[in-house]
Design a protein. Structure first.
Length: 392
């Protein structure tokens, strides 16, 4: 059976026109979209895949492609599937070794399931397994970008998961919500849609009386973060609302929208749109590709604290000068990503340091004309140049 997919649009990056959940189904506004599917949706309580539900979802993905959207899937489920086959307790999450073993077995089953169901619609599935470093390292990130672009151009649907078989606690995403946002960024998607076990963000724990779902969020603020509750209700997944808000921040910085809908019904996208149920986080103004990558980085090597004057200068688009630095923390080298914190301790920006940590400590609070005498060589123009810095 051949897919009825229309030709993919020429797409050069995320758009900022999405304003409501329904826009995620509009190929003019969302020509490329990432669907994230969690373990609790894909795997039943008996450890078996929910084939009927997944088949209905794949039909929705095929329909999205037929109307002209490029589709990428970020799919959990490998650990849950593998744990049952190996007879591991706690869904395979009792230890890192159990999780890695379960993932090795379950990933084969997961990939086969997606390949079989997509093939029924004439669509080729492509498995892509990623680690945190694949998206944190700039060169490897660009390789991921090129691979995803070629797969989409060839008409395949990339099915992506974290490579849990080799990832360790120190070098892993830990949840596929943030992975989906980073994949969307690498792929130049316009939106990410998280299929969850809840139908959006609520102003408090949704189990409390009077809790109200928030249909549109313009920006993730500290007040929005305070509404989040951690953990998934199923016990199978690793994400909660906190990880979804972090994913929304990554998406927003990259100029992407992010939606959360209840993934439990059959044909969840159609039902969410019909009922208008979900939450959409609006994109922020699109940034250059390098700054979007930098803004989405999950790991930084150190911190640089600045005074109020430096904070104002950064907000105005200036580079970070050493004179405004009040404290340096961490062990980092030149070119490493560091967080820039304001006087109140809030993270203002993220950037690539022009100096290593020891040099930053030596220069902090000192005027530019003093730098050569301190370092013994001609100094660089800034501690973090504005071209290598992104405001959060």
């Amino acid at each position: 059976m051949k897919s009825s997919r229309q030709p993919a649009p020429n797409y050069s990056g995320p758009k900022t026109s999405v304003r409501q959940l329904a826009d995620l189904a509009d190929p003019a506004l969302t020509p490329r979209i990432v669907y994230k599917v969690g373990s609790a949706l894909l795997v039943g309580g008996d450890g078996q895949p929910r084939r009927a539900w997944l088949a209905a979802l794949v039909a929705e993905l095929a329909a999205a492609r037929a109307r002209g959207q490029d589709v990428i899937v970020v799919s959990s489920g490998a650990i849950a599937l593998g744990a049952r086959r190996l007879g591991l307790a706690k869904g395979g999450r009792g230890s890192l070794a159990d999780a890695q073993a379960a993932a090795a077995v379950g990933q084969i089953a997961l990939a086969g399931l997606w390949a079989e169901l997509l093939a029924a619609h004439g669509i080729t599935a492509a498995q892509v397994l990623l680690t945190l470093e694949d998206l944190e390292d700039r060169r490897r990130y660009l390789n991921v970008t090129a691979t995803l672009g070629r797969l989409l151009a060839a008409g395949a649907v990339p099915v992506i998961n974290e490579n849990d078989t080799v990832a360790t606690n120190e070098i892993r995403f830990g949840d596929n919500d943030r992975l989906a946002a980073r994949v969307g960024q690498a792929a130049g998607a316009a939106a990410v849609l998280l299929l969850s076990d809840i139908d959006g963000l609520y102003d408090r724990d949704p189990r409390q009386p009077g809790a109200q779902r928030i249909p549109v969020v313009k920006r993730v603020t500290p007040e929005i973060h305070a509404m989040a509750t951690g953990g998934s209700s199923s016990g199978l997944g690793s994400g909660g609302m906190t990880s979804k808000l972090q994913a929304a921040e990554i998406a927003g910085l990259a100029g992407m929208a992010l939606g959360i809908i209840d993934g439990q019904p059959l044909s969840p996208m159609a039902q969410a749109l019909a009922e208008g149920r979900g939450t959409v986080f609006l994109p922020r103004a699109a940034r250059g590709a390098r700054k979007a990558w930098l803004g989405g980085k999950l790991r930084v090597k150190g911190q640089v604290h600045v005074d109020a004057g430096a904070a104002r200068a950064l907000a105005g688009g200036s580079s970070l000068l050493a004179a405004g630095v009040t404290q340096v923390a961490g062990d980092f080298a030149r070119g490493d990503a560091v967080a820039v914190l304001g006087p109140d301790g809030a993270t203002l920006a993220r950037g690539l340091s022009e100096y290593d940590a020891a040099e930053c400590i030596a220069l902090q609070g000192r005027s530019s004309h003093e730098h050569e005498g301190i370092l013994g060589y001609a100094p660089r123009s800034a501690l973090i140049h504005r071209d290598q810095l992104v405001l959060l």
